[in-house]
Write a protein that binds this ligand. Structure first.
Ligand code: ADP
Ligand code: S3P
Ligand code: MG
Length: 168
């Protein structure tokens, strides 16, 4: 089977939906953030605090390139991954890309409901969180739009699988 890459904004559900899809398809699930944490032996917050974003983006680039075509993986990416280096081209050359296009208001609601300390770029106590995410969404859309499939709205694994199944 082709690899399936989930891309989209933080809190769009890539990690949650990706795991459920892999279970339903009985294939292997990887989360690029977890790959980086394992490789580095420290949290994403620690990586950002100690070595900065550019270092993290380089780690993202490196772990993405360990994924090869035809590995039957469901891959949940980090929200920024498609927007750096030529990662989006690599993703599209290596599998089927699916953009989880969740409304920004929903992202904020989810971030406020859950602790966001593991997302150093977004703070639930930021009074400008909605504006920050709206701006980031606009900046990232040109990359996200390069996905082969877009699933709009509040996503479930079933909804994504239906669209992926129809496409495959
Ligand atoms: N389909 C969904 N409906 C409601 N809440 C969701 C859904 N998917 C994810 N969440 C919640 O949103 C938060 C972020 O999900 P996560 O999978 O970590 O997103 P991402 O990997 O895209 O940042 C988690 O607390 C998760 O429980
Ligand atoms: O939007 C981003 O730039 C980031 C999103 C995070 O992943 P999720 O999208 O899974 O939250 C994680 O990679 C890192 O904190 C940076
Ligand atoms: Mg995630």
């Amino acid at each position: 089977m082709k690899n399936i890459f989930l891309i989209g904004m933080p809190s769009s559900g890539k990690s949650t939906v990706g795991k459920r899809m892999a279970d339903a398809l009985r294939c292997r699930f990887v989360d690029t953030d977890k790959m980086i944490v394992r490789e580095e032996g420290r949290s994403i917050a620690d990586i950002f605090a100690t070595d900065g974003e550019a270092y993290f983006r380089e780690a993202e680039r490196r772990v993405l390139r360990t994924i090869r075509p035809g590995q039957s993986l469901v891959v949940s990416t980090g929200g920024g991954m498609p927007c750096f280096h030529d990662n989006m081209a690599y993703i599209n050359a290596t599998g089927l890309s699916v953009f989880l296009d969740v409304p920004v208001e929903t992202l904020v609601r989810r971030m406020l409901a859950h602790n966001t300390d593991d997302r150093p770029l977004y703070r639930s106590n930021d009074p400008e969180l909605l504006a920050t995410l709206q701006q980031r969404y606009q900046d990232r859309l040109p990359f996200y739009r390069q996905a082969t499939l877009t699933v709009p709205g509040e996503t479930t694994a079933e909804k994504v699988l239906l669209q992926v199944g129809a496409w495959l």
